[in-house]
Structures are given as structure tokens and as C-alpha cells.
Design a protein. Structure first.
Length: 454
């Protein structure tokens, strides 16, 4: 089969969970004899003209078609919030790409930067299309389902007034930001309804943006409901999609798989006289919660603790500087930079326990599966997506999200309870391989293609 996969960013420059999953699926499909291409987005580093936004490259024999995105007017569109979820420029390019490649199907692993207009294109061209949601972008314009105070959000309200409030305050939309902070819900709902009906002059600042944002949820859910299938990795993802209007019969729930090459599960145990090594592997951004882990290690103030932090300092330099300030005067906290994903088994071999201190609804990140493959227990924020994989007191420990004191208490248990590490490590079970995951999605593909041919 000819297959096009999509992602919001891709290797070699970007090496996070969605990118690794998309690449691993692509490689496995290629090894089985399928012809695979990737359409990806990428953030712009300099301002570009429309005709400069598209380029091509290859990675390991896979053709990659890239769109470079900016939050500015482009193509025939001027409303930034509209472009975010329905980008006509990308749609036109994708239609040409599909006409050239002539794929049998498309599998979307992310639509951010590309927009859901790519679904309109595949539906209009009658190309079977599938979607694996790796975060909550299709429901939440911020992707995280998390409010500024750290509490979780259930998704857009009827008029998406809560989304307008949140984005307005985050985006510093002048008078709209002030109104969003001060207005009671009833007044805010009325204001959004008036904007949606077009009763305010479009020339007013941000009126078009508010209108577009308030329509985002209905647009995206309607597009998801035209897909041939959705491959949800977790129960929490399935529940969020269904609660926000996705037809449940579209959804198959398959947990991710990982490339199992180079893993050798090693039973961890405490060794007298050696440092206990905790590790963090992931993006150095606020919602990943590395600051919570550093605060917890400082609270421990234990002479036999080493913390290794792996992540790219260039992604969010202001946040990285904050982390460095938090770690000041603690030489046992090491910033170790990045590494190729092919070395993750080796990196995990140098860690006694992985810590995943996210302060948002992580959707069972791949690094957790990698840790379990290496026999490395995980201390994780107690969010539904992660607690589907990490079972408290079995293969790891769970703590209250964002609570450095609770995390420190869990880390102290690993230091004080001599046999706890070995017990948790012995319960780390081999996760699903990428080959097993591809077997599952191929079954979906083949059933649809067989139905179409009949």
C-alpha cells in the first residue's frame, strides 16, 4: 500500500513522542513492503512568504513533505485562529501531494500546524483516513486541557466561551483580555453569541478571532466524525473525545507500541554506598513539570541522590533558565542535554527510577513504555492516561500532580525502603512493540480497504 502519515513536526530536528511514534510506524510499514511518505508541519524560525513555506527532504529513505507554519495571515486567509484549525494554503498543497503520490490511505498522528483542512481534502478525494490523537489538540486550542491555575478542563463549553477566555488571556488580546478576566459567565456567553451572529463590526480588533475560536470545536468534531477510524491510545483519550461529540463507534483503543531494539530489562536494586539516580527525560516546558521534580529533590536534600535531566534547553529558554535557577547550589542535579532516540535504552540503563512529573493530562507518553522495557520503575503524576500504564505500588509510584512535597515523599520511600526499588522493577512488564502496534492498525486499514473493494 501507499500510505501518507502526518505529524505536527518531525525528525531529525524534533524528537519527542509523537514524532518518534510516527517515525517508528513509518519504518515498520516500510520494512513490510509498504510505500510511506510523511507530511509534517514545523515552526518558522524566520518570516517567510507563502511560496517559501513548503519543502521536501528524506530521512532513512522516507520522503518528508514539510510545511513551515507561522501565526500570521497566509494564503487567502487573514484570521489567525481560523488558519490554526482550517488552513486553505495547506489544503491546496495537500491536494496536489495526494494527486502526485496517489496514496491508498492517510493516517494522521497530529494536525497542529497543518490543520484539520487536510481531512476535508481526503474526504473529498475519497481516501480512507485514520487518526491517532497523541494529545488533546482536536478538543483544546492549547492542546493540554489545562487551565492557568493548573486544574483540568473538560473541553469547550457550548459556545466555547471558556476557550475564548483562556486564549484571550494567554494571547494578550488587549480589551478582550480585560473583559475575559472580569466578565461573569452569563455576560461572556452573551458577548460570544453576539460575535458569532455577526452583530459587531468586523473591523473591531479581535472580533474575527473570537468568532473563529468559538467555532473551532464544532468544526473539528464534525471533521473527526467523517474519518474512517480513530485509534485512541488510552481510556481517558476515548472519554474526552466521546464527551466532546466524537461518535464512539469510530474509536478503537490500542495503546502505543515502541521500538524494542536494544532493550534489556535489568532488575534494579539498591546498592549500599552508591548514589540513587533519578532521571527526567522529555521536553523542558512548564507543563512537563521538571520544576516540580527539582523542587522535590531540593526538599529531599539527600547526599546520596543524583538527578539527571535530559531535554533540549533551546526549546523554551526562559523555562530552562528558571530550572537552572532552581537547581542552583545543588551539584547533584545535572542537566545532560539531548540524545538520539536510538540511545534511550542506554540512557535508561544509567537511571534507577524515571520520574514523569507532568502537570497536564499526559496521554501515556512513550518514555514511560521505554522505561518499563528497561525494567526501570516510574514515579509519575497521578493522571488517568499515565495511571493506565503505571500502577501504584506495582511498577511505580503515583503522586499528586504539581505537589513537590508529595513527590519528595515518594522519592524518599525509594531511598528508605530498601527492597522497594527491586519490587517495583521486578513488576515492570514488557510493553507492546511497534510491530504489534502496526499489526493492529494494519488490521483496521485492511478491513476498510476490503470493504471499499467489495
Amino acid at each position: 500500500m501507499k500510505i501518507i502519515l502526518t505529524a505536527h513536526q518531525f525528525l531529525p530536528e524534533y524528537n519527542f513522542g509523537t514524532e518518534v511514534l510516527t517515525y517508528s510506524v513509518a519504518k515498520d510499514l516500510v520494512e513490510r513492503g509498504h510505500e510511506v511518505s510523511v507530511l509534517t508541519g514545523a515552526p518558522a524560525k524566520t518570516s517567510l512568504n507563502d511560496d517559501e513555506r513548503f519543502d521536501e527532504y528524506q530521512i532513512d529513505g522516507i520522503n518528508v513533505y514539510r510545511f513551515t507554519h507561522e501565526f500570521i495571515p497566509m494564503g487567502d486567509q487573514n484570521v489567525i485562529m481560523e488558519i490554526e484549525y482550517t488552513n486553505n494554503l495547506v489544503a491546496r498543497y495537500f491536494r496536489k501531494l495526494l494527486n502526485n503520490v496517489k496514496p491508498d490511505l492517510v493516517h494522521i498522528f497530529h494536525m497542529s500546524r497543518l490543520s484539520a483542512a487536510i481531512i476535508d481534502v481526503t474526504v473529498n478525494m475519497n481516501i480512507p483516513t485514520y487518526f491517532t490523537p497523541t494529545d488533546f489538540w482536536s478538543v483544546c486550542p492549547m492542546s493540554l486541557l489545562m487551565l492557568d491555575d493548573g486544574t483540568s478542563c473538560k473541553g469547550p463549553e457550548k459556545l466555547a466561551t471558556n476557550c475564548v477566555r483562556h486564549v484571550a488571556m494567554r494571547s494578550r488580546w488587549g480589551w478582550v483580555e480585560k473583559f475575559a478576566k472580569a466578565a461573569p459567565d452569563s455576560l461572556a456567553n452573551l458577548a460570544v453569541a453576539i460575535v458569532r451572529k455577526g452583530w459587531l463590526p468586523r473591523q473591531l480588533p479581535f472580533v474575527n478571532e473570537i468568532s473563529a475560536l468559538s467555532k473551532r470545536s464544532n468544526y473539528l468534531i464534525s471533521r473527526l466524525n467523517t474519518l474512517n477510524g480513530i485509534v485512541s491510545p488510552t481510556t481517558v483519550m476515548t472519554e474526552v473525545l466521546v464527551r466532546n461529540g466524537v461518535r464512539p463507534e469510530l474509536i478503537k483503543q490500542y495503546m502505543y507500541g515502541i521500538n524494542m531494539d536494544n532493550y534489556e530489562a535489568r532488575l534494579r536494586s539498591r546498592t549500599a554506598g552508591t548514589a540513587y539516580t533519578f532521571g527526567f527525560i522529555g521536553g523542558l516546558s512548564n507543563h512537563k513539570g521538571c520544576h516540580v521534580l527539582i523542587q522535590a529533590v531540593r526538599l529531599l536534600n539527600h547526599k546520596d541522590v543524583l538527578l539527571k535531566i535530559y531535554g533540549n534547553p533551546k526549546d523554551f529558554p526562559d523555562y530552562y533558565n528558571k530550572l537552572q535557577e532552581l537547581a542552583e547550589d545543588f551539584p547533584s542535579i545535572k542537566f545532560c542535554g539531548t540524545f538520539p532516540n536510538t540511545q534511550i535504552a542506554e540512557i535508561l540503563d544509567g537511571i534507577d527510577t524515571l520520574v514523569v512529573p507532568s502537570i497536564w493530562f499526559e496521554n501515556a507518553p512513550l518514555v514511560i513504555h521505554s522505561a518499563l522495557a528497561a525494567g526501570c520503575p516510574v514515579v509519575s503524576s497521578d493522571f488517568p492516561g499515565m495511571s493506565e500504564v503505571i500502577h501504584n505500588e506495582k511498577n511505580g509510584l503515583l503522586f499528586e500532580p504539581g505537589n513537590a512535597k508529595d513527590l519528595a515523599a515518594k522519592l524518599r520511600r525509594l531511598l528508605d525502603e530498601h527492597n522497594l526499588l527491586e519490587k517495583l522493577s521486578s513488576n515492570c512488564r514488557k510493553p507492546k512493540s511497534i510491530a504489534e502496534y502496526v499489526d493492529e492498525i494494519l488490521t483496521l486499514y485492511e478491513s476498510r480497504l476490503a470493504y471499499t473493494s467489495n
